[in-house]
Design a protein around this ligand. Sequence first.
Ligand code: FES
Length: 104
Amino acid sequence: MSDFVRVARVSEILPGTGKEVTVGDRVLAVYNVDGNFHVVDGICPHAGGPLGEGGLHENIVTCPWHGWQFDVTTGQHCLTPQIRQECFVCRVEGDDLLVELPEM
Ligand code: FES
């Protein structure tokens, strides 16, 4: 069972930027890559850095704490194949960005 939950306004996440959002006890990172939205687990697996606050270049985010980089479209760490952030399905409805979350 899963639900789509509103997590942000589309208009507040411009192309080429990201945002950290909190839903319940989950921290998510939301990115706008050329008008397409992507959502990954917002906690960096290295040491807990805020991936939603990282700089976004095309589809690559750089963690602001120590520079680990991830492809936000897949969650894949750029250097280490074994590290992949959880990704979430999202959709746009009007100005709302909805994310599908497992049962909370
Ligand atoms: S916490 Fe993200 S690179 Fe260290």
